[in-house]
Write a protein that binds this ligand. Structure first.
Ligand SMILES: C[S@@+](CC[C@H](N)C(=O)[O-])C[C@H]1O[C@@H](n2cnc3c(N)ncnc32)[C@H](O)[C@@H]1O
Length: 273
């Protein structure tokens, strides 16, 4: 499939999830394989893209619950990440922060509290329905230091060397051109700027048959690549100090099958020299 076809499938999936929230038919929004099971209780790397329990989608186990207080319900219900990249981003008051694939905006709002009035948070997402939800959530919160831009993370609508910290939560695995994502991230970061990512990665490769299952790609499964390849791409575009901070087995939410490598939710940090 072409890159644009993959984008279309991914956009359709996340557009449908955002619309389901509006229509109150959101049952099990999950970035991972359309399943909801998870037993993780950690707020570090988590193998959960979808909350366990009554309110699937609250992702309560991804974050320290106290962090979620005061966020609009629609922001927490649309939380589709696979970890908490904000808590390891070491954000400072006044920072400019960029969230790649911001969805309903949960990580943007958490970051906004940390960077304060003098800071600025930009969320970029290619799905118009998600952007609409994120902007409505921003209005509910009165978060004046947050803005959401429509765009693809492979061609960011963001100026060169204008960002202190890039975050991303369960998104880069969805990109058909991960090297362009990292190249763009590098371009927009200031010198010394940092990256803090949660994402699905593998140890090993999917079989070509599984890799071709585009619905599973859109569900954050078959677009995932080997963690060595992932960090290798970051290195190739110029990032240094690349660290896999933690890694949680994701087999409970992405059931193993023939041709599937081991799948993890990992948190990865790096720096632009
Ligand atoms: C699994 S959700 C994660 C959303 C959010 N980061 C969170 O933690 O809740 C993936 C999001 O990334 C967006 N996305 C996927 N691929 C993208 C791309 N190539 N460019 C921009 N946005 C993308 C989708 O529209 C969707 O909102």
């Amino acid at each position: 499939m072409s890159d644009e076809s993959i984008h279309d499938v991914v956009r359709n999936r996340y557009g449908a999830i955002a619309r389901a929230l509006d229509e109150d038919t959101l049952q099990k929004p999950s970035c991972c394989g359309g399943t909801s099971a998870s037993t993780s209780t950690s707020s570090s790397a988590s193998a959960s893209c979808c909350g366990e329990g009554a309110e699937c989608g609250t992702n309560s186990q991804l974050y320290d619950m106290s962090l979620l207080e005061g966020l609009p319900v629609d922001a927490t219900r649309l939380s589709l990440g696979c970890g908490d990249p904000v808590s390891i981003a070491n954000l400072k008051v006044g920072d400019t922060v960029l969230d790649l694939g911001s969805g309903g905006g949960i990580d943007c709002f958490l970051a906004a509290r940390q960077v304060g009035e003098t800071g600025h948070v930009i969320g970029v997402d290619m799905t118009p329905e998600m952007l609409k939800k994120a902007r409505a959530n921003k209005a509910k919160m009165g978060a004046d230091n947050v803005e959401f831009r429509l765009g693809q993370i492979e061609a960011l609508p963001v100026a060169d060397q204008s960002v202190d910290v890039i975050m991303s939560n369960c998104v880069i695995n969805l990109s058909p051109d991960k090297k362009s994502v990292f190249r763009e991230a590098y371009r927009v970061l200031k010198q010394g700027g940092r990256v803090s990512i949660s994402d699905i990665v593998t140890e090993g490769e999917f079989s070509p048959e599984l890799r071709a299952q585009v619905d599973q790609w859109a569900a954050c499964v078959t677009g995932a690549i080997d963690v060595q390849e992932y960090t290798g791409l970051m290195r190739e575009v110029g990032f240094v100090d690349i660290q896999v901070v933690d890694k949680a087995d994701a087999s409970e939410i992405i059931p193993p099958q023939t041709g599937m490598p081991r799948v993890f939710s990992a948190r990865i940090t790096a720096r632009k020299p």
